[in-house]
Design a protein around this ligand. Structure first.
Ligand code: UDP
Length: 334
């Protein structure tokens, strides 16, 4: 444990769901991790098991605060910029905060990287494919966003600007920057607070509450375990040819949301009923859902030899076990 670390990674949003899984992997591989998080979305509970590790430091602070970011960037060779405003509910309810946080945060990180010679992976999202109908989505496909009156697209646009910035800092200033487009990522520690479907359904099922399927339930997603996602991120963090491009990272098994609800009901043995909720009741005005979201991961696969190892059923079992543990813990605290 006290050996010299190989390299230092700064993870912004390090106390978040993906950040905490990435920390685990990087520490396992002998890297040093500096985790910056303002604890708006991130949680100390996610990282408590790293506290005391000799290669780990947690710093509470905001990426938009140069006093917090600069000294950390100076000590790092790679920055994984995960800090962002996200979650459909939050981005439709707080459009200005979303744009300021995402665009301002990414620019601050890229500037710091330029100054200190860091490699940067900017987290982006499959939201940037918008309403594109060419399935699967590959990185150089055209982007089809909805009207600016629908605030969901403000989030997609903010992440597109982040990608333009990453590619621009690479082209214009030679920064080793790239963007990673995360598709639906799930796993233990994901918060249900921002409306993500898997933790919500599992919590509803475990509590015996109705499982709320929005719309007709035939919209589909491909889910990928966070532990698989961070393998790809760590690979891109090290690969000499990775900079200057965008990479899809996502699962391959497509499932309709109504089938997901049934699968979770079966796996939990829950007596919950499954209810269909119209979009107009589920979301604030300005919301449009995506029918299908399937990644083409050929680029990531061919560069890194990466593909997800965990199937949906295994991931759901793990998340159910995690949520059961949380529920038991909160019952004993009452
Ligand atoms: N969804 C649902 N019930 C919920 C939460 C979400 O039916 O309680 C649906 C949502 O409308 C979407 C899918 O599940 O079609 C995935 O939603 P999530 O917010 O997890 O991810 P994203 O929409 O970004 O793919």
């Amino acid at each position: 444990m006290n050996s010299q670390p190989q390299k230092t990674y700064l993870i912004t949003g390090g106390a978040g769901f993906i950040g905490s899984h990435l920390t685990e992997l990087l520490l396992d591989r002998g890297f040093k991790v500096l985790a910056l998080d303002n604890l708006v979305m991130g949680r100390l509970d996610n990282i408590k098991h790293f506290q005391g590790h000799s290669h780990y430091e947690f710093i509470e602070g905001d990426v938009l605060d140069a006093n917090a970011l600069e000294p950390l960037a100076r000590r790092s060779q790679v920055i994984v910029h995960l800090a962002a405003a996200l979650g459909v509910r939050q981005v439709t309810e707080r459009p200005v905060y979303t744009i300021e946080t995402n665009v301002g945060g990414t620019q601050a990180v890229l500037e710091a990287a330029k100054r200190y010679g860091c490699r940067v992976l900017v987290a982006s999202t499959s939201e940037v494919y918008g309403k594109g109908s060419k399935i699967p989505f590959s990185e150089d496909d055209d982007v089809v966003l909805g009207a600016t009156s629908k605030s969901r697209w403000g989030y997609a646009a903010s992440k597109m600007v982040d990608e333009f910035l990453a590619l621009g800092y690479h082209r214009e200033f030679g920064v080793e920057a790239m963007a990673v487009r995360f598709f639906n990522t799930i796993g233990p520690r994901q918060s249900a607070r921002y409306g993500m479907v898997v933790p919500r359904f599992i919590r509803q099922a475990l509590a015996g509450e109705p499982i709320t399927v929005y719309g007709d339930g035939r919209q589909s997603r491909c889910f990928c375990d966070a532990r698989d996602v961070v393998e790809a991120v760590a690979g891109l963090g090290e690969h000499p040819q990775a900079p200057g491009r965008v990479y899809n990272i996502g699962g391959v098994e497509e499932i309709a949301v109504a089938d997901l609800a049934q699968r979770i009901k079966d796996l939990t043995g829950s007596a919950s009923i499954i209810v269909m909720v119209p979009y107009s009741e589920a979301y604030p005005p300005g919301f449009e859902d995506m029918r299908r979201r399937v990644p083409d991961t050929a680029r990531t696969r061919s560069l890194l030899g990466w593909s997800p190892k965990r199937g949906l059923e295994d991931i759901l079992r793990d998340v159910i076990a995690y949520e059961r543990g949380l529920a038991a813990l909160s019952a004993t605290r009452k």
